[in-house]
Ligand binder design. Sequence first.
Ligand code: 7TS
Length: 419
Amino acid sequence: MSMPTPATARAGAAALDVKRLRQDFPALKQEINGRPLAYLDNAATAQKPAAVIEAVARYYREDNSNVHRGVHTLSERATAAYEGARETMRGFVGAASTREIVFVRGTTEAINLVAQAWARPRLQPGDEILITHLEHHSNIVPWQMVCEQTGATLRVAPINACGEVRLDEFERLLGERTKLVAIGHVSNALGTINPVRQMIERAHAREVPVLVDGAQATPHMAVDVQALGADFYALSGHKMFGPTGIGVLYAREALLDAMPPWQGGGDMIKAVSFDGTVYNDLPYKFEAGTPNIGGAVGLGAAADYIAGVGQAQIAAYESDLLAYTEDRLAEVDGLRLIGTAANKAAVASFVIDGVHAHDLGTIVDHHGVAIRAGHHCAMPVMEFFGLAATARASLAFYNTREEIDALVEALREAKNIFG
Ligand code: 7TS
């Protein structure tokens, strides 16, 4: 297969009818402070299409019941909807089996599950977990906790001035003692796309399993866990146009099989007596208690929605829009882009001389433009660049050049007021 050329990428971009797609998102059709909303905070959470809102509402209106236990019709329907969503998510990430798809609250819970159920029983003092300097706090703190619990050590692969992981250093840090690598697919603070396939290959050459934090990847690109070779892959529903409070931990079956459950309760057992408990089959062993059934239904609808739009088209359109965003931002006097990796997705983080990032966020909101200002739960990244905070515009396929123009106009006003 040949690589897509810029011409085919442009054709892909042209194929996305953004004006029509925006009609699918009720929240986008509103004014904020008298201006059309320009929602550029998608890395925090994405807006939801009517298809997702309706799927959740229909589930509660018509099928609401508990799963895996009732013999009555509603319970059978709820179970079918929940397990149907699992099959959809299996296809979405390219897993071999639904046994490898564990529903969790989101990326944070997925990573904590791996930290507590995979890493904690295995790690010894002297063992190492290798992450990168780009990680979101949820791919740092669970590993710090498990290091405290086991005496293992956290190692951090450094980044360069563009915000790219230094692969030479990554490889150097992968050693005899490394027991797990945990890396983000796409950085939420900078937009850097890590070469995860290459990093996984290097880890696997040393027989080290790899967890990929995919929270910022699944809204923007097709993910195939088998093609990547990922051992664990975590995602959040709400960032990919689905509901909050639902996400997926993908894990290779052999790994899940060898892991003890991390929470006990209903549904994760086959039989319980005071002499002992027999745990349930995969993936139920990791889903204690009544799950977020409505959330899973909504997540399945979101995955179907993304597939309907087309992941290649989304990636091509956003790549074009990001280039436009960076070009327009460069016109703002005193603006500095933070994160200039060669391979980037959907995020423009920046600072402006003399204006605090939070003031930027407040002023652009007066123009109806939603961006995020702060450390983006990636304080080590901020520290690397010597900053307390950046302003961040994060894009989705429904954003337009007009919205970027509104951002730039608002930033100019902020610069006039404070600069
Ligand atoms: N990993 C990455 C790369 C993220 O960007 C986030 C959330 C998480 C993990 C945690 O996901 P959760 O769904 O479990 O909360 N990132 C952001 C952000 O950039 N702004 O708000 C949340």
